[in-house]
Design a protein around this ligand. Structure first.
Ligand SMILES: [Zn+2]
Length: 452
């Protein structure tokens, strides 16, 4: 009787331990989807998950086969025994690191061979070969632009060529990820043939808070991750931005700040604290919404010639003003004013400063009823505090076409237009863009001649 039970148990064990299913292998998404795994000079780590539903994973060996020979990248045995097998169904992760410098790889093709075995008595295994392309050669960047003058808070452009298709290219102002630094995408100068080769243009800006005498360079990264950079003669003119003082009166706090704060669930028991939160927290959330709207920019210039300042308008506040806000004698907040305040008559017709496409049209916190136009190549214009909006998202507009009426919606003390311009994610001084000579010599000179 005991013998029969033992025999059945042994039969059962043999049944389980001699399962015939091969282990399964999952590589990371990029590696699985791409025909080739591209490896740049910085190397690449490819992660895999392996499991075996039957007897469990026993071992994995990953070998890189290349022109000079073979390198074993991974060789691991997982816990288990001949009698009882391993961890059935358990998934393990491992990483194969391809490092061209360490493995002395030359540019070209290689194969990453991965072999996984299980603990079955039948020693099931599976093998997968992943084609690898090693490319450690950085792209060659050639700048075709001569001596350029740019101003803090101002814009500029550069024309350049990159020797191979890129993952990204453009202009980097200041060190990557440092405060006040910014990156500006490049676009093909002539996008008509859809090719990624040939001359490229990047319109860039010097943020008002860019590091002093910030380095401005063309940068490019190829699809394998190799990075290249090139400079050109450029003079950055420093300038001091104006300071301004704004006194907040009770009527403004009651009529403007209270409703904006309430809509954003900011407590209104202390109005100076509420104003500060509207001026910082709500402002920054509005700026995020704007950046999301302007990110989708046309890959060619939609603008033609200089931008137009609102007709018959008077400038009441300039770009870059460092504003301090007071209630009585108490300073309650501070912000940079990144636009021009233009006052005409109340409910004056507001017109498009140049050709483009409406990418935002709606209520936007401190900006009130607001319209944003994309002019292509990362250039956008903003119209705030409107009392009426006539241009919905998606419509194309022509220079001087009516967009709506001026007003005092949002954080505005009286009827005026808040006009601002962005290049990429950076506010720029519109004064340059209003000047036909500046637009011609700093921007249009690098664009293809306009078609008649
Ligand atoms: Zn303003």
């Amino acid at each position: 009787m005991g013998l029969a039970v033992a025999a059945i148990a042994a039969l059962g064990l043999a049944w389980v331990r001699a399962e015939g299913d091969a282990p399964s292998l999952l590589s990371d998404e990029d590696a699985r989807d791409a025909l080739d795994v591209l490896v740049g000079a910085d190397g690449r780590e490819i992660t895999f998950a392996i499991s075996d539903a039957g007897s469990g994973v026993r071992s994995v060996v990953a070998v890189l086969i290349h022109a000079r020979g073979e390198d074993t990248l991974v060789e691991t045995t997982y816990p288990g025994s001949w009698l009882f097998g391993g961890e059935s169904g358990q998934s393990f992760e491992f990483a194969a690191v391809i490092d061209p410098a360490e493995q002395k790889l030359r540019d070209g093709d290689a194969i990453l061979s991965v072999e996984v075995r299980d603990w079955s008595w039948r020693e099931n295994s599976m093998r997968e070969e992943i084609s690898v392309r090693v490319d450690t050669t950085p792209p060659r960047v050639t700048v075709d632009t001569g001596l350029s003058y740019v101003k803090r808070g101002g814009s500029g452009s550069v024309r350049y060529e990159v020797s191979e298709p890129t993952a990204f290219d453009g202009v980097q102002v200041g060190p990557v990820d440092a405060e006040g630094s910014a990156f500006f995408r490049g676009f093909p100068v002539d996008s008509s043939d859809g090719s990624t080769r040939g001359a490229r243009i990047a319109i860039f800006a010097v943020p008002t808070d860019a590091p002093h005498q910030a380095d401005i360079r063309v940068v490019a990264r190829d699809t394998a991750g190799n990075f290249a950079t090139a400079g050109w003669p450029i003079v950055l003119k420093e300038r001091t931005l104006p300071q301004g003082q704004v006194t907040l009166h009770k009527k403004f706090l009651d009529d403007k700040v209270t409703p904006l704060a309430r809509a954003d669930r900011i407590p209104t028991d202390d109005l100076s604290a509420a104003f500060h939160l509207v001026n910082t927290q709500l402002r920054s959330s509005n700026e995020k919404t704007l950046r999301a709207a302007t990110r989708d920019t046309a890959g060619k210039a939609l603008f033609r010639g200089a931008f137009h300042q609102l007709r018959n308008s008077m400038v009441t506040s300039r770009f870059g003003e460092d504003r301090r806000y007071f209630i009585g004698t108490k300073r309650v907040s501070r912000a940079t004013h990144f636009g021009y305040d233009l006052a005409a008559t109340a409910r004056a017709p507001i017109t498009a400063s140049n050709d483009g496409r409406v990418v935002y049209s709606g209520e936007l916190g401190i900006y009130g009823e607001c319209i944003v136009i994309d002019h292509g190549l990362g250039v956008a214009s903003l119209y705030g505090h409107l009392s009426q909006r006539d241009a919905p998202v998606g419509v194309s507009v022509r220079k001087d076409e009516k967009l709506g009426l001026s007003g005092a919606t949002g954080l505005a003390g009286g009827d005026h237009l808040h006009f601002a311009m962005l290049v990429g994610e950076t506010y720029v001084d519109p004064v340059e863009w209003w000047d036909p000579k500046w637009v011609k010599s700093h921007i249009e000179v690098r664009l293809p001649a306009p078609s008649p």
